[in-house]
Design a protein around this ligand. Structure first.
Ligand code: NAD
Length: 252
């Protein structure tokens, strides 16, 4: 039986990587998927792929950092049962290499973007009698990855935002959880390697893979399976938690 039949799901950043895998799996499981993404060039083919296979998906080209844009999209969608706050960007650099502009850019997308979506969606979920929220944190929130000052801070904020919403809205039947992946092989990682290690892509890919305790990066589809569980009614008693999906990174 499909796990998300008749559910309306918003996936921010659903045009690439983890968001793409979540969008495709949720649509396979019967959800009406609304991809909210800045980049129509990558997101429209995802929508086309889903709909050509008989699934339901729609693209809303939108910058999650802009509150009025997000409000307009959520108004247009109407009912929302599931929100996945996945859109995110990185910045490479420690505290001294993080300018005020870098800091603002990362926080505007990763933190304010998630706030904007929550602020628009939670009142809708309350009226509808509940919903499930999933926020993409990162192991960076827990261990503070080196040379990722702004990014690690932003993911710490996501962790706290997720818990705060869980606590304040549990009696409205709204569940809120976060997941904290270690490295996942997505365009996010490929872009990082290409930009910082031109000509050494294959070696760097190997190096990054070996730096994971389990010896490889996660696949986006593996993250999507955890997302599906947490957003489905199977996880009806789970709220206010963070789930590392890290190949042993934090503890081993
Ligand atoms: P990705 O770069 O492959 O995809 C991100 C998507 O977000 C893209 O489609 C992009 O267009 C969209 N996006 C970016 N800024 C946006 C904005 N302002 N408004 C709307 N859409 C926007 O990234 P990914 O690797 O799939 O990562 C997805 C999430 O998972 C991010 O929040 C990231 O921090 C988190 N994460 C990733 C990893 C990893 O190793 N890849 C690990 C832990 C956590």
């Amino acid at each position: 039986m499909s796990k998300l039949n008749n559910k309306v799901a918003i996936i921010t950043g659903g045009g690439s990587g983890i968001g793409r895998a979540i969008s495709e799996l949720f649509a396979q499981e019967g959800a009406q998927v609304h991809i909210v993404d800045l980049n129509a060039d990558v997101a429209q083919p995802v929508v086309d792929h889903i709909t050509s296979g008989g699934g339901q998906a729609k693209l809303h080209t939108c910058n999650v950092a802009e509150q009025t844009e997000v409000n307009r999209v959520v108004e247009r969608i109407g009912r929302v049962d599931i929100l996945v706050n996945n859109a995110g960007i990185a910045h490479v650099g420690n505290l001294e290499k993080c300018s005020s502009e870098d800091f603002e850019r990362v926080f505007n997308v990763n933190v304010k973007g998630a706030y904007n979506a929550l602020h628009a969606v939670v009142p809708v979920m309350k009226i509808n009698g509940g919903g499930a929220i999933l926020n993409l944190a990162s192991i960076a929130a827990v261990v503070g990855i080196s040379d990722r000052f702004a990014y690690s801070m932003s993911k710490g904020a996501i962790y706290a935002m997720s818990m705060s919403v869980a606590r304040d809205y549990m009696t409205d039947n709204i569940r809120s959880n976060s997941i904290s992946p270690a490295r996942v092989h997505t365009p996010f990682v490929d872009g990082f390697i290409a930009k910082n290690y031109p000509g050494q892509e294959a070696e760097m890919f190997e190096k990054l893979s070996r730096s994971q305790p389990i010896g490889r990066m996660a696949k986006p589809e593996e993250i999507a399976k955890l997302a599906l569980f947490l957003c489905s009614d199977d996880a009806g008693f789970i709220t206010g938690n963070d789930y590392p999906i890290d190949g042993g990174f934090i503890k081993l």
